[in-house]
Design a protein around this ligand. Structure first.
Ligand code: HMG
Ligand code: MG
Length: 311
């Protein structure tokens, strides 16, 4: 039987690099995107138009988009938190001529399942953020951009504890209602396990007002080493899109102690021989993980990457 296709959103250049303490020049960020592209990734989150006062690491995203090689048919989503970010992006896009490959055709808006996290991350409540983002999403769509949504802290919140799955469901629905084509569910802290992820997805997907798995993505940080297991739990629920970061880069600046996303290498290795196929060449991605870990002078956080290095 034909293997079922899984989409992978490579978030290393954004979720990964936003949390590094070293200052990373735009040239290195652009080269990371280029190397990921060569290794077969086709959706690469490439930066953020957020306040540089809040996340200094993502300043210079415009420069990164200009420097990197862009290809028709590939997607390079960028995070946008408010109208100011969208306007900066639209100004940049308006500098291009019609024949250019656009800097990006997709933005990602983000909120959370708890007010405490939304305040720490975006200085407003969840309800306020949804109001703010619906205006952003509407404008972005009218400019021809695709809009993806994120919900943070879907399992545990670093500030307010256990999260109610029904809160995740209603925030996800609000993001879909404002025009997001997909909502990525973020286990920001990385404390989820197959049982809590199963409970979450039962609530979000099943029953009245259930959101189909095809409209959801899984975004699992690997703090407790559960991310791959959580992905397979989500596959059982019909989710077919997952976010991952080469070399397991990153964390979240507003989630103290949380480590990076599940490593792209680990996801690709776990899918080998399964009924699912994903873009990206494992060995080539692992080489990118080795390269960026060296550039950042940090140990390679991908177990699969380290095993392949040792061969
Ligand atoms: P605020 O301080 O309430 O906003 O922050 P403000 O409107 O008062 O602006 C403050 C200053 O920032 C002003 O500058 C603005 O001009 C400027 P000043 O007048 O003081 O010189 N500013 C901007 N500059 C550039 N681009 C912008 C922008 N907006 C304002 N877009 C705000 C509110 C939302 C702006 C802020 O909280 C923010 O930028 N937050 C982003 C935080 C962030 O990026 N977090 C990480 C990404 S989310 C994540 O990692 C989770 C995820 O991976 C899923 C998961 O794992 O859960 C997606
Ligand atoms: Mg994240």
């Amino acid at each position: 039987a034909a293997r079922e296709r899984v989409r992978i959103v490579e978030v290393g250049p954004r979720d990964g690099l936003q949390n590094e303490s070293a200052v990373i020049p735009p040239e290195v960020k652009a080269e990371l995107v280029n190397r990921l592209t060569k290794a077969g990734m086709d959706i690469i989150e490439s930066g953020s138009f957020v306040s540089p006062k809040w996340v200094p690491q993502m300043a210079g995203t415009a420069e990164v988009l200009k420097l990197m090689n862009r290809h028709h048919g590939l997607h390079y989503p960028v995070l946008v938190p408010n109208m100011k970010g969208l306007e900066l992006l639209l100004d940049l896009l308006s500098e291009q001529s019609k024949s250019d490959v656009p800097y990006t055709d997709e933005i990602a808006v983000f909120t959370a399942a708890t007010d405490a996290f939304a305040k720490a991350n975006t200085n407003c409540t969840v309800a306020e953020s949804l109001e703010r983002l619906s205006v952003v999403a509407k404008r972005a769509r009218s400019e021809g951009l695709r809009v993806r949504g994120y919900v943070s802290v879907v399992i545990d919140c670093p500030y307010s504890g256990k999260v109610d799955p029904t809160a995740v469901k209603s925030v996800s629905q609000a993001l879909l209602d404002m025009g997001c084509y997909e909502v990525s569910l973020g286990d920001t802290v990385g404390t989820g396990n197959p049982t809590t992820v199963d409970r979450l997805l039962r609530t979000v997907i099943e029953g009245s007002g259930g959101i189909p798995g095809s409209k959801l993505a899984g975004h699992f940080h690997d703090t407790y080493g559960m991310a791959v297991a959580n992905i397979f739990t989500a596959l059982d629920h019909g989710v077919r899109t997952f976010d991952s970061a080469v070399g397991g880069l990153g964390g979240c600046p507003y989630s103290p102690g949380a480590t990076g996303n599940v490593a792209t290498e680990d996801v690709l290795y776990a899918l080998r021989g399964s009924n699912y196929e994903a873009p990206g060449d494992l060995e080539a991605i692992a080489e990118v993980g080795t390269w960026i870990s060296k550039m950042l002078r940090r140990p390679n956080a991908s177990r699969v990457g380290r095993a392949l290095e040792a061969r």
